[in-house]
Design a protein around this ligand. Sequence first.
Ligand SMILES: [Zn+2]
Length: 501
Amino acid sequence: MKKLSFILKPLVSIILLWSLLVFTNCDKEEFLEEENLSDTIVTNENNIEVEKAYPNTSGEVTEIIFEGQKLPVEKIDDHYVFEGDIIISEEELNASKSTGRTSRLWPNCTIYYTIQNSLPNKQRVYDAIAHWEANTNFQFIKRTNQVDYVYFRTGTGCSSRVGRIGGKQEIKLSNLCSTGNTIHEIGHAIGLWHEHSRKDRNAYVTINYANIESEKDHNFKTYIERGYDGDEYSPSLDFGSIMMYGSYAFSKNDRPTITRKNGTTYSVQRTGLSFWDKIGVSRMYRDVCGTVPNMSGYYRANDGGHYYIRHIGTDVYWFGEHASGNWANIFKGKLDGNKITGQFYDVPKGRIQGSGTLKLTVNYNSTRITKTEGANFGGSVWNKTTRPANLPPPRAAGFGGRNNINNLTARWIANDGGRYYIRQIGNRVVWFGERNFASGRPGWANVAYGSRFGNTLWLDWVDVPKGNANSNGILRINVDHANRLTRVHATGGFGGSVWTR
Ligand SMILES: [Zn+2]
């Protein structure tokens, strides 16, 4: 990225903003047309705005002791800015030195958040959150009264703290910060440092200090050079990381500040998490929420089944079915490391009526699942692949009945257009539900898992990727009489409210 002064060159900044929008939203051809507008801002594809907390401001460069380590920083207002967009407060600086990096992880890989009402373009925050949820085991929940949370607000640049600080911590986003920049800032909040400051980066890149803006060279020091202990979670420097700075970061003269060892420049991206970003976050949080990236997606198994897996935090759900209608099941399990233990229940979209425990192992990048325990279950290997265009449509119930208030097992029809295949065993209640089909698949599909107490059902529900919806929540449902259920309470935007059989 070429350093631009947005105060001195307001016109250029407007053009740059436009070109960024074009770059992120449009195809390459339209972006290339932009190159002709101003050679001041674009000479190559590295024209990606790099995140800075205070784009126009330089502060006094100083060294602070942070968590027992020396750290070169700029002091701006009452904050210390480190590597351009990482902010450390006085308060944090004076806090206990014994706080270790591992204690700054987010429990259960869950981040609570709020968004400033006046923040423009909130969609970039929602899109960035959706990206993290789809690709990692993190879940983001709107804060109610939780103590530790992230507050997305406007600011002069893009900035974040690193890791869970405790209490309210801010991610600041100026109007120039894109969805990709927001993904990057969330990466800091989760605990990622910049990729170019890895301790082994000198094996991969050369830092050209002569081209760096004055008093910005501290942004290019490794953890070792700064006396800081950093951990590396991928085997080598990842030029594709969303946390990697471009060749022109903090350049004072339009010449590269970082090149590959052979002297060439490289591109960086702010589109999404790289392969190694996903693996790296999994490893960083291995003791918190499993060691594998998010598994959500479509899998084919060696029992011929279609499996639609949804993975949220450490919870793994699926709906599995065979196109013949012989069997259909739901599963809920818990991820621990790379192992999943859980229960499966056949549901009456098929004819078989089994249930039992499954133990599974997931490979390092969540593309292959192997059964290690579960004798009365047919499948033993699942491979992640592309969801076919045409999926098994709704069908009549394979088992169950009507008129028995003590057993709800049946196919039910709801007022949201859904077909619900409910299975009740004792007080355990599960279902698979799907909307009527349009062009080969349902609009949405979900599984529910919970219990029946008296005439009340308490359920967790999650959408599974047989349809295109991607929500989840809780449900409380009343059993009105043998053949009718009504919704009492729901979260997550659940549509249906009356079921009959
Ligand atoms: Zn950053």
